[in-house]
Ligand binder design. Structure first.
Ligand SMILES: C[S@@+](CC[C@H](N)C(=O)[O-])C[C@H]1O[C@@H](n2cnc3c(N)ncnc32)[C@H](O)[C@@H]1O
Length: 201
């Protein structure tokens, strides 16, 4: 029995290691992971970190099924726009469907890769991504794109939760973000789950 347990633990550890070494998008078929409550990286804490204002144009990279997108779109009303960018059309369609059911307006969805964003330079007031950065094979390119599309003085918020196989540690995030030209401002939350707020200088 003990041997069996150790074997199971070894298999889980090997799978987690493999996932970390081979970053890829969470498949739509496994969306139950992102539909569960997000402890520590709550919507209220994202609001505090991002400080979205009515009328702003804000980008969410990797919305999944819209855990944060729906409340953020409401916070941008009236007159604001939430741009959603995701590799997977199914994730975008799922979020748009939920928005329609809940009468949430002001969302524009685009299927694209975070490392090649189809937006003009400095065209967003802010951007955020939660449990996404570690899924992107070239994180540096994605951070450079965020720096490019957010206006000078705008903000970028990155949410991470320990336990996610693609978790990016606070130290790594800060180093990579600064290399992309984003200035570290503060971290809201704990070492286990937090939002890091960066500024576009
Ligand atoms: C783990 S889910 C997180 C969903 C949501 N942010 C949440 O916390 O509930 C990661 C999302 O990022 C998207 N994604 C992964 N790599 C991406 C990339 N290179 N470009 C755009 N989206 C990507 C996935 O398709 C998925 O929707």
């Amino acid at each position: 029995m003990r041997r069996l347990l150790l074997l199971a633990l070894a298999v889980v550890a090997a799978a987690a290691l493999w996932w970390r070494r081979n970053p890829s998008a969470c498949p739509y078929g496994q969306r139950f992971w992102v539909e569960a409550p997000h402890p520590l990286i709550t919507r209220a804490r994202l609001r505090e970190a991002l400080d979205p204002q009515p009328g702003e144009r804000i980008l969410e990279v990797g919305p999944g099924t819209g855990y944060y997108a729906l409340p953020v779109a409401r916070w941008l009303a009236p007159g604001g726009t939430l741009e959603l960018l995701d590799l997977q059309r199914e994730m975008l369609d799922h979020t748009l469907q939920r928005a329609a059911e809940q009468d949430v307006a002001g969302i524009v969805a685009t299927q694209a890769d975070a490392t090649r964003m189809p937006y003009e330079d400095a065209s967003m007031d802010a951007a955020y991504l939660v449990l996404v950065l570690g899924e992107i094979p070239d994180q540096d390119a994605a951070l450079r794109e965020l720096h490019r599309v957010v206006r000078p003085g705008g903000r970028v918020v990155v949410g991470e939760l320990l336990g996610d196989p693609h978790w990016v540690s606070p130290a790594t995030l800060r180093r990579r973000a600064e290399a992309a030209g984003l200035r570290y401002e503060r971290r809201l939350g704990t070492a286990i789950g937090s939002f890091t707020r960066l500024a576009r200088g």
